[in-house]
Design a protein around this ligand. Structure first.
Ligand SMILES: [Zn+2]
Length: 221
């Protein structure tokens, strides 16, 4: 799991904006300077970044070991990214880049609002568990099956091509949601194991269990 150097340097600045409750200026040829940040907010932002780096380093070997133990031939070289859009809520996600490398992402608000390293560790463990369990492909398969079933049903009733297309779209949506709760519970279970094995307390995750997840099928790269 790597946190690019440039991102590591930018995150404190962006976090300050989040913690200060303000929006970053829209990029212009001569961008306006960031509003002044109080020493207290700056210190909080620096602590949040230190915590992210520390937790990521400690979780990395455990996540990779769990990935290699539970999956065959999968890419277990995780990459951690930070979504630096300041208007996003506390959130996290997992996906794969175009080369199939697993990616775990967190928003700035998530980094800023977690109360402890234990919470942040569980968020990373939960997202890694989605990847280890193959939930992206599972949800894609669910969506395809849902689309086929609903399209077949309306086609049997003599529906026109436009209605069939709409049914396919609705079926995909229904299919992708059908087992979503099961996947969340599975990710919670495995995420709890990973978090514990890394030396964190998974019981302190509860505050974020409701927001966990996220957009596990999204592509960010
Ligand atoms: Zn999830």
């Amino acid at each position: 799991m790597t946190l690019p150097r440039l991102a590591a340097r930018l995150i404190p600045v962006l976090l300050m904006a989040v913690l200060a409750g303000c929006a970053l200026p829209v990029p212009t040829p001569e961008p306006a300077p960031l509003p002044p940040i109080s020493p207290e907010v700056q210190a909080k932002a620096e602590r949040a970044v230190d915590q992210l780096v520390s937790v990521a380093r400690r979780m990395e070997p455990v996540i990779e070991a769990e990935c290699r133990a539970r999956s065959r031939g999968r890419n277990c070289n995780y990459r951690l990214v930070v979504d630096d859009r300041v208007d996003l809520p506390p959130n996290a996600f997992q996906t794969e880049d175009l080369r199939g490398r697993p990616v775990i992402g967190v928003t700035l608000a998530m980094i800023a609002e977690v109360h402890s390293a234990d919470e942040l560790a569980f968020v990373l463990g939960h997202e890694a568990a989605h990847h280890i369990a193959g939930h992206i492909s599972s949800r894609e398969r669910d969506a395809q099956e849902g689309a086929q079933i609903l399209a077949k049903m309306v086609r049997a009733q003599g529906a026109d091509p436009r209605t069939v297309a709409e049914a396919r779209k609705a079926g995909a949506e229904m299919g992708s949601r059908l087992f979503a709760k099961n996947y969340e519970l599975e990710a919670d279970r495995l995420g709890t194991i990973i978090t514990w094995d890394a030396g964190y307390d998974p019981l302190k995750r509860l505050r974020f269990s409701a927001v966990a997840d996220f957009s596990s099928s999204s592509q960010i790269l």
